[in-house]
Design a protein around this ligand. Structure first.
Ligand code: DX5
Ligand code: ZN
Length: 229
């Protein structure tokens, strides 16, 4: 999918619940993706972790490529890795439609954000809960998306940190209406409405979907709550 087609799809349907492919059943990836498509999701969030930037190790291009073969949904790839510059082309070629790097992993994210756009992918910049938005406000003109983490980066199933709400409100003010705001971590039925109220366009959800037996009703409930705002 082109960068503009992905941006249009996300902007037209926001606020959107995006399942985080971290706690899913990787032994039945085909079934998991089909169930999520049947649940009506508009994209999949893939959590790439290298065991170096974060104290957790998940998967790389191989799994992104495997998911790409299973679905036409936009793939939103969250790079929780050191040296992301070394992997941008590989993840785009593997099928990533959105590539989000962490501000904490590079001195100057601008060249990488521009390279992601040159690869015709959506450029995303993420900040951890401890990183203030002042760290990224100079780069917003090169960002299609900003991801405000609402848990400590690296693990699913954690408590939501409400500091992300203030960050999103400030980012909406400084970044303007075109900037896609994404929140990631601890989003569930008790926090999703506050996230939408704070301006989140993309709501990443892991355990609040994958710990439910019926993904469809979990997604429906969260999507409905997000859209009541
Ligand atoms: C954490 C990941 C998140 C996480 C979300 O570093 O980026 O996507 O898996 O999982 P929950 O929704 O369970 O917090
Ligand atoms: Zn994530």
């Amino acid at each position: 999918m082109s960068r503009s087609a992905c941006l249009d799809r996300f902007r037209d349907s926001a606020p959107l619940v995006l399942p985080s492919m971290l706690l899913c059943d990787f032994g039945n990836l085909h079934r998991e993706v089909r169930l999520l498509e049947e649940a009506g999701v508009e994209g999949l969030h893939l959590d790439v972790m290298d065991g170096h930037f974060v104290p957790n190790l998940t998967y790389g291009m191989t799994i992104v490529r495997a998911v790409r073969r299973l679905t036409d949904l936009p793939l939103d790839v969250h790079l929780m890795i050191s040296n992301p510059a070394d992997y941008l082309t590989s993840f785009r070629e593997a099928g990533a439609d959105v590539i989000t790097i962490h501000a904490e992993t590079v001195a100057d994210p601008r060249p990488l954000l521009r390279e992601i756009r040159q690869l015709d992918a959506v450029s995303g910049l993420a900040i951890d809960i401890l990183t203030p938005i002042s760290r990224i406000t100079d780069y917003l003109d090169d960002c299609d998306l900003v991801l405000a983490m609402s848990v400590a980066t690296g693990f699913g199933g954690q408590e939501f940190d409400r500091g992300a709400l203030d960050k999103m409100r400030s980012l909406r003010e400084t970044g303007g209406n075109d900037l896609l705001l994404q929140v990631d971590g601890g989003v569930n039925r008790t926090t999703v409405t506050s996230c939408a109220e704070a301006g989140a366009d993309l709501l990443v959800v892991g355990s609040a979907i994958f710990r439910q037996s019926d993904y469809g009703s979990a997604v429906d409930e969260l999507q409905t709550l997000a859209r009541t705002v």
